[in-house]
Design a protein around this ligand. Structure first.
Ligand code: G4P
Length: 273
């Protein structure tokens, strides 16, 4: 990790702006807390990616909460390209002052150089391909940047490093892991699906009770006890084993799958403070 971090800090010297990808459904959990040490005070464009899967109202709230002097925030769907055309413009705005200073010294203006950073599965390769308008091979998700670098031209004003910076997720507390598991950012083999399903159902019952009731034909008021609630969902889907017990493994797997495939609805797992 220390080596990866050092390499990344080294790369910062090449670029004007950092494009940091976050998952719109969990913008804080999908952020590496070390990012500030790596990026320093370089201007940043934060991308709330996969915004097609998030709650639009929460995405707007996050955009507002995260915007700042040296930082633009865009909601993007890298898969179909929604919002991606705004990226070069946002980058351009952030380099305006620097460019003016260079021009005042008689230097020729040059393209803005940017690098995409983010944790695995947040959509870095998809976004690079989208901006490059072609398919660029996906490299292994190892922290740091390993292969030979090339610049990709994006429109007239921007150049992008063809290899993203891969940051590792950081499980500062248990809910970070649960949020990343719910969105599919971490592999199912290393997590307890019932815990993840319980977490999803807890968020839904607290913040999106109507979606939960509609999807699983539950009646208000929802049971306060999480286990009972999960059993109720299993029962409503007929996931009953011999002896009348609810099959919690199947129920959990179904909830997680339906959450990830948007069958339950557009849900954001965390709200700005
Ligand atoms: P990475 O480089 O950061 O590791 O992520 P990558 O681009 O490989 O994207 C991870 C998964 O997220 C891919 O799905 C990709 O299609 C999906 N994805 C990326 N951006 C978006 C987005 O804005 N919206 C939605 N809905 N999905 C997005 P996959 O199932 O792993 O692969 P595939 O089915 O695309 O082949």
């Amino acid at each position: 990790m220390a080596k990866a971090k050092r390499q990344m800090i080294e790369k910062m010297k090449l670029i004007d702006v950092v494009i940091e990808l976050l998952d719109a459904r969990a913008p804080m959990a999908s952020r590496n807390p070390m990012i500030d040490e790596i990026v320093g005070n370089k201007p940043r464009v934060l991308i709330l990616n996969k915004s097609d899967m998030a709650d639009p109202e929460q995405t707007r709230a996050w955009q507002k909460a995260l915007s700042g002097e040296n930082q633009r925030v865009l909601a993007v769907n890298s898969q179909d390209g929604d919002g991606t055309s705004l990226i070069p413009k946002a980058v351009r705005e952030l380099t305006e002052e620097k460019r003016q200073r260079a021009e005042a010294k008689g230097m020729n203006p040059r393209a803005d150089r940017a690098l995409i950073l983010g944790i695995p599965n947040v959509g870095k390769s998809t976004l690079i391909n989208r901006l490059a308008n072609k398919r660029i091979a996906k490299i292994g998700d190892r922290p740091g940047i390993t292969k030979q670098q090339q610049w990709i031209k994006v429109g007239k004003t921007m150049e992008l490093l063809d290899t993203p910076g891969i940051l590792w997720p950081k499980f500062e507390d248990e809910t970070v892991g649960l949020k990343l598991a719910a969105t599919g950012a971490i592999k199912d083999e290393i997590i307890d699906l019932t815990e993840v399903a319980g977490f999803i159902v807890r968020v839904l019952s607290e913040r999106y009770p109507d979606l939960l009731m509609d999807r699983y034909k539950l009646e208000a008021p929802l049971d306060d006890d999480l286990w009972n609630l999960l059993e109720g969902i299993g029962r409503s889907r007929g996931m009953v084993r011999s002896g009348g017990h609810i099959d919690m493994d199947r129920t959990s797997e179904m909830i997680v799958r339906e959450f990830r495939s948007l069958k339950i609805g557009h849900v954001t797992l965390e709200t700005p403070e």
